[in-house]
Design a protein around this ligand. Structure first.
Ligand code: HEM
Length: 164
């Protein structure tokens, strides 16, 4: 919707500039103002509610993950305070917020888990918990889908799949 507005406004400005008469040029002003005033689309990070929301989501998410026998074996012996901090920083960045992520490359971070059998089924469980957590926090389905898309974009790295 917004993109088409920008496109239309830019088109109108171009058309009017081409027409070149001062009478028409006078009416070109609103079109140019519209391009300048167009707000950038808020990031997913902003739409979710920023730092506090992502932190709350990560905390709730790991409560579910650690209670789930389908995946909690992978987290045995993991420093969960560090893990929550890493996941918060990573998701903040992945959702379009500020980049403070200083953890490992995702492929390297999960390589030893792939050796232990980490596969798509486990990844889907993680997505299920991420979605359920966001839903509980009142996030709209559309944004949950967007978050799942972002997570799915790193599925190949997490699972050590060959790069296409
Ligand atoms: C959307 C998918 C995922 C994302 C964005 C993600 C992100 C991360 C990040 C940022 C780290 C920290 C890296 C570091 O230590 O520097 C990490 C570590 C870890 N992840 Fe994931 N992860 C995902 C999927 C999974 C899945 C599916 C599992 C297992 C079911 C998993 C299990 C773990 C474990 C156990 C560690 C800690 C490894 C260790 O310290 O030994 N992750 N992940």
């Amino acid at each position: 919707m917004k993109k088409s507005l920008i496109f239309l406004s830019a088109f109108a400005a171009l058309f009017l500039a081409g027409a070149g008469t001062s009478a028409i040029a006078g009416s070109a002003q609103p079109a140019e103002t519209k391009v300048a005033a167009e707000e950038p689309e808020p990031t997913l990070y902003e739409q979710l509610g920023g730092e506090a929301a992502v932190k709350a989501a990560v905390d709730g998410f790991y409560v579910k993950v650690l209670a789930d026998d389908r995946v909690n074996g992978f987290f045995k012996g993991v420093d969960m305070d560090r893990q929550r901090a890493m996941q918060t920083a990573f998701l903040t960045f992945a959702f379009g917020g500020p980049n403070h992520y200083e953890g490992k490359d995702l492929r390297a971070a999960h390589a030893h888990l792939v050796v232990k059998g980490l596969n798509d089924t486990h990844f889907d469980v993680i997505l299920e918990h991420l979605g359920a957590t966001l839903k509980e926090l009142g996030v709209k389905d559309e944004l949950i889908q967007h978050a799942a898309d972002v997570a799915n974009s790193v599925r190949g790295d997490i699972l050590g799949k060959e790069k296409k």
